[in-house]
Design a protein around this ligand. Structure first.
Ligand code: PA5
Length: 449
């Protein structure tokens, strides 16, 4: 197996093959409009051919800026929220040692994230941590005006200036923002920060293969060329001419839409690897923000097995039957850890001695899948040969492409997010932001009633 494999065998007890066959024509229609840029949100399709169109020079430039910091700093703080951090965080977590240990002469900085919340404790602790480290900041915001990263950037920029002085601090800041809009662009130009541009036609949650994802991943020492190469392979595999059953993005989009129309309104992303928790977070944003509108959409949830089999497992097995599972199965782990033989067998585990931990994990995976299908939970299985840059590139591009097709099948615009403004308007009114005077009056009146 050299590529991502999609298996929908365990959807077929719930949705007939005939029903899925009917999606062949529908998806052909939507894929055509996607590629001809004639569907909804066509101004935000810059991500579609990014894997094949990104130039070697632009990758080199990203690698060069990342390399400049390698030996100079211990920590790179990436400031951003939503699509401006989740893709990088997903890849870095998936590929990093769980306890920050690296083999060989690895000299890459530790990449941490800030500005993805407004927690005072978190921010205070970031500062505690940075007090004792040599560090630099990569600030990412397409709009350049998002409140959470703007607050974190102001605080950290001040900390950096106090620590290194204005001139050196300026050299330790890289910004990634729009070419000509927003406060961050203005600040970048005024202060002369090094910067990369987020293309106007790429939305946050589709921006993994722009500097938004690529720079932090390169800063953490991972191979962005392989990530792009994997995505390029998936771009090839999901072209308009690809027959329906050979196009995993079309089949995944169809299977989940067919299930949604029957009953399940919740999709659970499940994996058996704790390193994939943030991949699930990235996936949740992608599908939740793309499809959850006009009172439609599959609610994206996630679990990490086997830990969550001891908590959420009960609900999935026997709770309301309105869900289906999408399982990411990694075929070959990087490490080999064997279960030892013990003479006494006090814990009764000798029947497993000599086996790898992964042998047990795989049987847990198979056993769970059979149990959940028996319990009425349809199962979509996505197999990846290994957890590396190349296959993550395939997987993440696959999810993006499938999400676009799926959104079109649901007849929504998968590239906008009008609903996220509601909380911001209330927050700005409550904080008495200039320009929100009328809203401020109304909201305080409402609260006092
Ligand atoms: O997908 C999206 O568009 C959002 O999640 C944005 O990425 C997020 O709101 C951050 O926006 P910005 O990059 O403008 O700060």
């Amino acid at each position: 197996m050299n590529n991502l494999e999609l298996n929908i065998e365990n959807v077929l007890p719930f949705v007939s093959k005939k029903t899925l066959d009917e999606y062949e024509e529908l998806t052909r229609y939507h894929i055509k409009h996607l590629h001809q840029r004639t569907g909804k949100g066509a101004n935000f399709l810059g991500w579609l051919d990014l894997p094949s169109s990104i130039t070697s020079e632009s990758i080199e430039e990203i690698e060069k800026v990342a390399a400049e910091f390698n030996k100079k700093i211990e920590v790179m703080v990436v400031v951003g929220i939503g699509g401006s951090y989740l893709g990088a965080k997903a890849v870095i977590d998936a590929l990093s040692h769980s306890f920050g240990m690296y083999s060989g002469d690895r000299t890459f900085p530790m990449v941490i994230f800030a500005g993805q919340n407004i927690s005072e404790d978190y921010t205070g602790e970031v500062i505690d941590f940075l007090d004792k480290k040599s560090y630099a900041i990569t600030v990412i915001s397409k709009s350049g005006t998002t409140t959470e990263p703007a607050i974190a950037f102001r605080i950290l920029r001040n900390h950096l200036q106090e620590k290194y002085g204005n001139e050196e601090a300026g050299k330790r800041i890289v910004s990634i923002t729009s070419a000509n809009r927003g406060a961050l662009r203005k600040l970048t130009d005024e202060k002369g920060y090094r910067s990369f541009v987020i293309p106007d036609d790429v939305g946050g949650r589709y921006s993994l293969l722009t500097p938004v994802g690529l720079l932090p991943i390169a800063q953490a020492g991972f191979d962005i060329r392989q990530l792009v190469a994997g995505a390029r392979k998936m771009e090839e595999m999901t072209q308009p001419g690809t027959p329906f059953w050979d196009n995993p993005a079309a089949v995944y989009a169809s299977a989940r839409n067919a299930l949604y129309l029957q009953n399940p309104k919740n999709e659970i992303f499940a994996s058996y690897h704790p390193k994939l928790v943030y991949l699930a977070e990235w996936w949740k944003q992608l599908y939740g923000e793309s499809e959850g509108k006009e009172k439609k959409g599959i609610f994206p949830a996630s679990v990490n097995f086997t830990a969550d089999l001891h908590s959420m497992g009960q609900y999935i097995q026997e709770g309301q039957r309105n869900l289906f599972e999408t399982v990411i199965s990694i075929q070959n782990p990087v490490r080999e850890v064997f279960i030892p033989l013990e003479k006494e067998d006090g814990d009764g585990l000798n029947y497993l001695s000599g086996k790898r931990i992964e042998d047990v994990n795989k049987m847990a995976e198979l056993g769970t899948m059979l149990a959940h299908v028996d319990g009425g939970v349809p199962n979509i299985l996505i197999k990846l040969p290994e957890l590396n840059e190349y296959y993550l590139g395939q997987l993440m591009y696959f999810f993006q492409k499938a999400c676009a097709i799926s959104g079109y099948l649901m007849k929504v615009n998968p590239f906008d997010q009008p609903g996220v403004e509601a909380y911001k308007n209330n927050m700005f009114a409550l904080l008495k932001k200039p320009g929100f005077e009328e809203e401020t009056e109304l909201i305080y009146k409402r609260l006092s009633e």
